[in-house]
Every structure is written in C-alpha cells, then in structure tokens.
Design a protein around this ligand. Structure first.
Ligand code: ZN
Ligand code: FE
Length: 253
C-alpha cells in the first residue's frame, strides 16, 4: 500500500492510496479538485475509487470533478446517501470492501456527524479517521452526542497499537497546546512535544501517528488519567463526564 499525503485548503489532508499489485488507485476525502488532480497526474494518471469519511464540504469538495475526469466510483456511508455528492457505492456499518487487493472495513463512528465512518485496513495496519480522531485531538461534536463520540473514539482506541492513523486535518499545533494545558505532567506528551514542534517548524505533516502514541498523549483518550482529572478539578467525575468537559473546554480554547 502506497500512501501519498495531499495538503488541501487551509489545513485539510486528502490521501491518495495505491495497491501496487493490481494498479488500483483510490483517494480518501478529496477536499478540492486541483491539488488532488495534480498529484494524481504526477503519480498514476488514474483514479478508481473516491472514499468519503463524511459529508462536510472540506471532505467531498473534489468528488464531482474527479469522478467526471477519471470515471471513479464514489463510496460513502449508506445513511449519508443524500449528503455525499455523486455517491455510487453505499457502505454499511462493518462492511468490507477491496481497493484491488487492499481490503478495508467500514467502521461506523458517529459524533462529529451522524454518518461518519472510518476506513480500517487491518492487514496494512492503517486507519483513515476523517474528523473523528486527530493527532492529539478529536473532532467537534456537531450532530451526535458526547456519548456517541466517546464510544466512537473507544472503538478506534481498541485497535492494535501499531495501527497508523491518517486524519482529516493538521490541527496538531493547537491540540498540543490544549493537551499540555490539561495534562501537564504526562511524560509521553513532553517527549513527543519536541518532535512535533520540529515538524511544525519545518511545515511538515505531523501525521501519521499510531494508536499507541495517541493513547499515551491524546487527552481525549486519557479520561482516566489522574493528572487530567486533577487539572479539571473533577476527581470523582465519570469517564464520559471527563471527556465531555474536555470537549467543551476545547471548543472555547
Ligand atoms: Zn468535518
Ligand atoms: Fe473537516
């Protein structure tokens, strides 16, 4: 599996993936046509599939023009049929699908939107999380409940630790500040800070991270950390309450 990162708009990432054996090419969340088309032209000059994690404009903006130019098939969650432009193939929760020889599973992760999915390539140890799990952060809860987002993040958290996470945005700089503010004594976070600041300074993507990395450093997966509970002054709060409080604080950070 070859993965090309395509920076789009202000801080979005689209991802071009290729199965070398079958010469099958797909794109995850094409934000806009031009940068995606440019990369496709440079690399493969074809595009078999377009995969969308959710219906927001910054994840589907390139669907129509790319499909028109390359004759691609558009895939998205069945319940977002009316919101994902040009959709051809309706994915169900848990459904498996093949990009050539690359098999992925559709993981339903509502919260940011009611129809959000992640694409999990188990054999390649890769997951595309859209706006659900970011490096050191998570998406805003727009359409779902905190409980749904909490459950969705826990689904992703339960995958093998060495699974690589490719998310929808480069938000790591702000996320790092937030994690440092409310989890100041986390040694993994302090260790990672230097690496991340280097990447940010060089304007290089901070992704991918891994599940193990995120469990150690991402405050939204650390609702059971005493240091976080301390910082929030919520020693007796439940895990969901801690998570919800963090999400509220981050919305106004
Ligand atoms: Zn979104
Ligand atoms: Fe987004």
């Amino acid at each position: 599996m070859v993965i090309e990162v395509i920076p789009c708009l202000n801080d979005n990432y689209s991802y071009l993936i290729k199965d070398n054996q079958s010469n099958t090419v797909a794109i995850i969340d094409p934000s806009e046509f031009s940068p995606c088309d440019k990369k496709i032209n440079q690399k493969y000059k074809k595009l078999d599939f377009i995969l969308n994690t959710h219906h927001h404009f910054d994840h589907i903006g390139g669907n129509a023009e790319l499909k028109d130019k390359y004759g691609s098939k558009v895939l998205g969650f069945e319940k977002d049929q009316k919101r994902i432009p040009e959709i051809d193939i309706l994915l169900k929760e848990g459904q498996q699908f093949k990009i050539g020889n690359l098999n992925f599973k559709t993981i339903f992760v509502p919260g940011h939107t009611s129809g959000h999915v992640a694409f999990y390539f188990e054999r390649e140890k890769v997951i595309f999380t859209g706006d659900t799990l970011f490096s050191l952060g998570c998406g805003r809860v727009f359409e779902g409940t905190y409980q749904q987002m909490f459950n969705s993040l826990n689904k992703i958290k339960s995958l093998p630790g060495d699974t690589k996470i490719y998310c929808g945005h480069e938000y790591t700089k702000d996320n790092l500040k937030f994690c440092m503010r409310f989890n100041p004594n986390n040694k993994y976070l302090k260790d990672k800070k230097k690496f991340l600041e280097g990447r940010i300074k060089e304007k290089k993507p901070t992704i991918p991270s891994t599940i193990k990395d995120e469990i150690q450093t991402n405050i939204f997966l650390r609702y059971d950390d005493p240091d976080v509970k301390d910082a929030l002054n919520s020693k007796k709060a439940s895990e969901l309450e801690i998570f919800s409080k963090l999400r509220d604080l981050k919305d106004n950070f």
